[in-house]
Design a protein around this ligand. Structure first.
Ligand SMILES: [Zn+2]
Length: 262
């Protein structure tokens, strides 16, 4: 199976609180997502599995978590363990064990990131740990020198911590350019993922620009299944694009959300 045919879904926080933003998913909804994955006969794999190319199931799916919030350990991990599922966690290395200070979109609430010990436990269980750079800054605007440091030193840090090659990266805010892909490639990343919206990329770098769907707080089961299937979803894609634009066109977004309601 070609890498571009494997669905990749992405979560951020898994949290019972409703008011902490669209990118968080309630644990009961997350459990229902896992139930659907099981029912539809998908098998969660990691990029490492792909790299090793052994025991790739008939219907693979890659479950990712951006930012490495502690709630992944507290809420998602126990649920996934019950299902026997594993995933990929993308962590900004400077935030390990610390509170978040960039995600201020929804007030001044701060969220804790996974500690080193929690990351090790997840890793020992079978989760893959990938880079989400060092500082979670927008990569598209920075100098080559800074970009190289963000990509290389975060990889190095995780490699030292886990004693294995770090082969996957998720670009902060989902944003990248051809330069980001080229330098990621030179740094030794084998898989990269960002937002689902990007310009065309050279075929030789397309493994570093994998399509991925964010799962949001209000995504219904129906929408989740569509995202899992990678369906062409013009309306959903437009809505997600608006969310990613962050704060713009709120009216249009609400309008589309209402249209998508079950
Ligand atoms: Zn992020």
């Amino acid at each position: 199976m070609h890498i571009h045919q494997i669905p990749i879904i992405n979560y951020h926080k898994i949290d019972p609180l409703q008011d902490i933003g669209v990118t968080s998913r309630r644990p009961d909804m997350f459990r229902s997502d896992m139930q659907i994955i099981l029912k539809l006969n998908y098998t969660p794999i990691t990029f490492k599995d792909l790299r090793q190319n052994i025991n790739i199931p008939e219907k693979p799916v890659i479950i990712t978590f951006d930012d490495g919030y502690e709630s992944v350990y507290t809420y998602a991990f126990p649920i996934m363990k019950k299902f026997g599922f594993k995933g990929v966690i993308f962590i900004p290395t400077d935030y390990i064990g610390k509170y978040n200070d960039w995600d201020v979109q929804f007030g001044n609430k701060k969220f804790k990131h996974l500690t080193k010990d929690q990351l090790m436990q997840l890793h020992d269980y079978g989760f893959e740990i990938g880079s989400h750079t060092i500082l979670h800054r927008l990569l598209t605007m920075m100098s080559d020198e800074k970009l190289i440091v963000e990509l290389r030193d975060s990889q190095q840090y995780l490699q030292n911590m886990l004693d294995e090659k770090i082969i996957s990266i998720s670009y902060p805010f989902g944003r990248f350019t051809k330069r980001t892909l080229r330098i990621s490639n030179q740094t030794g990343y084998k898989f990269g993922t960002g937002s689902i919206y990007y310009r065309s990329v050279p075929a030789s770098l397309s493994h570093l620009a994998l399509k991925r769907f964010n799962i949001y707080q209000f995504d219904s089961q129906k929408v989740f299944i569509q995202k899992l299937g990678g369906h062409k979803m013009s309306l959903i894609s437009l809505r997600d694009w608006l969310i990613q634009k962050g704060g713009v066109a709120t009216v249009a977004y609400q309008y589309i959300r209402d249209l998508l309601k079950d």
